[in-house]
Design a protein around this ligand. Sequence first.
Ligand code: AMP
Length: 404
Amino acid sequence: MPMQPSSPQHVLVLNCGSSSLKFAILDATTSAEIISGLAERLGSHSPLIKYKFQGEKHQLELADGQAHAAAIASLVQLINEQHLASHLIAVGHRVVHGGEHFTESVLIDDNVLSAIEKTAALAPLHNPANLLGIRAAQHAFVTLPQVAVFDTAFHQSMPKVAYLYALPYSLYREHGVRRYGFHGTSHYYVAGEAAKFIKKPLLESNFISAHLGNGCSVCAIKNGKSVDTSMGLTPLEGLVMGTRSGSIDPGLFTFLTQQLNYSVEQIDDLLNKKSGLLGISELSNDCRTIEEAAVAGNQQALLALDIFCYRLAKQIAAYMVPLQRLDALIFTGGIGENSDIIREKVITQLGFLGLNCDPQANLQARFGNAGMITKPSNTVSALVIPTNEEWVIAHDAAVIAKEQ
Ligand code: AMP
């Protein structure tokens, strides 16, 4: 059913982490952001909510130990005080892991809740936090439809050759051990925008999208569908990230446990929190800090950037196997949208694909500016497309709400 531009269709978008809650109200007809904010340090000392409304920044303090329910209660109060409730038509929730149950966004009911609960074994840090947010929002917004949008859903089109590990098949059959992929909402969004950019129908377009933020993943998109992606059973597989190692030799586990007496928890902490750009540079997980240090002559910072870019370029090249033909390489996420240095280093290594960086255009495509950063004469283009996962969540939630 077409939307009525005359009546605002606002959606509250919630992205609930273990100790944080990101929120925004978007107009699903115009994509305008009405309010956005972040509740952090939930459940611990001095939790607070920072938000932006009508161009101004504000802050609300919560009592020590208050968590998601209290943050949502404060958010409800804020929504009521600012008279934002009357145009709300739905609540959209980002849910990290949808397992094999969910291939698209869904209206949340008891069956959906129990399926998300069952999938928590695959995402023990994320799905329980997402469920907390859903339950608190159900309680707070009794009459509004609640919609779940999954980070894994876009990748459910991957074929078995891409998603199965070479492990005993029973681990997949009985325990769901396979590659799922993440950042699906972002890859899906930028693919749609890239198709508009190159003026080709999405379903006839082949892209490789690189979502580069604190977490990083690449996705091979064939005729508009994900056919492979670099993250796997968990968001640890694949590229070098801020603090995550990405793919490593699994033999490392034996070495660390038998030779260095590491516990499972210590290995998990090492690979997820102490590796990646931070581990190599011994300086920071923040790409800006590392770039500044590299420019100033810090060799370990330069090495961290070089390893990051080499691994990324290798992964992109590998995706020519499923794609065979490429329309565009897409950069997105905090690093992809802003780091001309990383983009240039990656494109330089991919010249054999027909990519050739345009230095001027590369410098200009930063701070929210989309653009083509290869010369128009190139057979394959590289594009910078700012991602907008909140918009996808708001859009899907509005569409599903209107079907009710
Ligand atoms: P995200 O997780 O998408 O918010 O991205 C966070 C990452 O983007 C961090 O590593 C930041 O250092 C990086 N980033 C943000 N702005 C810039 C910039 N101007 N240049 C390089 N990296 C940036």
